[in-house]
Design a protein around this ligand. Sequence first.
Ligand SMILES: O=C(O)CCC(=O)C(=O)O
Ligand SMILES: [Fe+2]
Length: 200
Amino acid sequence: MNNYIRAVRELACEILDLMAEGLWVRDPSYFSKMIRDVENDSFFRINHYPSCCNNNTTRVGFGEHSDPQILTILRSNDVGGLQISPDHGVWIPVAPDSAAFCVNVGDVLQAMTNGRFVSVRHRALSYSSQSRMSMAYFGAPALQARVSAPPEMVTTNRPSLYRPFTWAEYKATAYSLSLGDNRLDLFINCKDDDHKKLLD
Ligand SMILES: O=C(O)CCC(=O)C(=O)O
Ligand SMILES: [Fe+2]
């Protein structure tokens, strides 16, 4: 298990380095160094949505939410259920593939890219006739790390959308709210119309 976690952490770092490069961030390790930090607050979770009977009912197994951290590397067995919501009320199923990773941008990466990468809302349905297992690595900064977009992400056309915060502050906010609440909105810098347009 430790080997698996080390491998997905390395994968997360490589993806983050490519994202930084693609965004022309001068320091390509700007995002990945937060989860390479020895004090990083990353964690690993195994979800099990057990089958119960054979009556073909569908329930929500894991309610709608966005992942608060930087990047999530998720893998599941061959049972479907994961859905993403690119727009309010729209749900798109993610085809199950036990040989593939599903990579989610987390709220912190949305803040650090000044809204260029969006933390997608998702949920997991649970089918009564099939048992779903998923395992997720959540790459997170150290509690005291300061989350802010690098200067390259902030321009006159795209002013800083979010005020800087520490991961400890963000985590405390997330835990004080309900799973489905949009916590990143509480960190928006200013609420004038231009800012709002960028977030739509
Ligand atoms: O089980 C899944 O596919 C989703 C799990 C999830 O979103 C999470 O653990 O944050
Ligand atoms: Fe999630």
